[in-house]
Ligand binder design. Structure first.
Ligand code: NAP
Length: 300
């Protein structure tokens, strides 16, 4: 039995761990993927106070080290359900753990296009992470789909290592920052394919081409070696089995106190219903959720 079980070892979860451990509470952190969460894939973080440039990988590595030096135990098991008994139970694929409080900080997962072949060709040309996989396609033609900051930054990053980038977006205006769009427009090897959606992803053992449907009804086959899908993220709340209240999009409902509808269960980071999802708001949530959990433990 531990004081605080934290689900997710991204910036929110690890910050929560640091605060709880500094208050001398026992902590277990569960992570089924890479420690650090989505920020690991960011090449250069420029908007986190104090350090004007740090890679996501270094940020995550430092954060993990800081939590572990305080005594955090990070368990690499996937949480499949939680229960609200006298104590809280967290079931993983392997074990059952008990805690007096839980902080849900499991973040978001990639949204998909829901097109045949999309998932089958992951690792064979289809990727959800340009910074992880871009280098495999050095000198080749690739495509990025999406119109947010992730797609824009992916296209910029890839334009420096591949031959050509097709940036496919379903509207003619980007959701991402104007400054980044301006940078994109200066790149001669990025072709904007706007008002277009991908209607098929083709290839047997490796990606060969995609077919793109334009709003005017015209179709175009684009031969590419890689397709980077950057159409946003969605919360993964399946393992909560309806125990925790969410909004219609699946984000956990809470106010600035990071409390959920269940006493002793808190939420932190991108999985919380909120307007601003940034690194700084994730770490802020982690601190708030941990302080609320500490307060709960001291009064129960
Ligand atoms: P996002 O902002 O939600 O953008 C997702 C994009 O994918 C949108 O352009 C959307 O089109 C498109 N899309 C969604 N579903 C689609 C579908 N089924 N088919 C085709 N296109 C589809 O997601 P994101 O780019 O991952 O960014 C997430 C958050 O992180 C944002 O707040 C972003 O600003 C932030 N972020 C910040 C930085 C930075 O500050 N450096 C870097 C990366 C991300 P529509 O526009 O038509 O809806």
């Amino acid at each position: 039995m531990v004081d605080v079980i934290i689900i997710g070892a991204g910036p929110a979860g690890l910050t929560a761990a640091i605060y709880a451990l500094r208050a001398k509470k026992s902590v277990l952190v569960f992570e089924s993927n890479m420690v650090g969460g989505q920020i690991v894939n960011t090449l250069d973080i420029e908007n986190y106070p104090v350090n004007p440039h740090i890679s996501g990988y270094d940020f995550a590595t430092n954060l993990k080290k800081q939590a572990e030096e305080l005594g955090a135990t990070i368990i690499n098991e996937k949480v499949v359900s939680i229960e609200n008994d006298t104590n809280k139970k967290v079931k993983t694929e392997q074990n059952v753990y008990e805690g007096k409080t839980i902080i849900i900080a499991s973040g978001l997962e990639n949204r998909t296009l829901s097109i045949p072949n999309e998932l089958e060709l992951v690792g064979k040309g289809v990727s959800f992470c340009a910074t992880c996989d871009g280098n495999f396609f050095r000198g080749k033609d690739v495509a990025v789909v999406g119109g947010g900051n992730t797609a824009l930054e992916d296209a910029l990053y890839l334009s420096n290592i591949v031959n050509k980038v097709y940036l496919i977006h379903r509207r003619n205006e980007f959701r991402g920052d104007t400054k980044t769009v301006e940078q994109i427009k200066t790149k001669s090897n990025i072709e904007l394919v706007l008002e277009s959606t991908i209607s098929s992803i083709n290839g047997k053992n490796a990606l060969e081409n995609i077919v793109v449907l334009n709003r005017d009804g015209s179709m175009r086959t684009i031969p590419i070696s890689a397709l980077f899908i950057a159409v946003g993220k969605k919360p993964n709340t399946d393992y909560l089995n309806g125990l925790i209240n969410t909004d219609e999009s699946g984000f956990i409902i809470s106010d600035e106190s990071c409390k959920t509808n269940i006493e002793g269960i808190f939420v932190a980071g991108d999985i919380r219903e909120k307007k601003v999802r940034q690194l700084v708001t994730a770490t802020s949530d982690g601190a708030v959720a941990a302080l609320e959990a500490i307060n709960y433990l001291n009064n129960n």
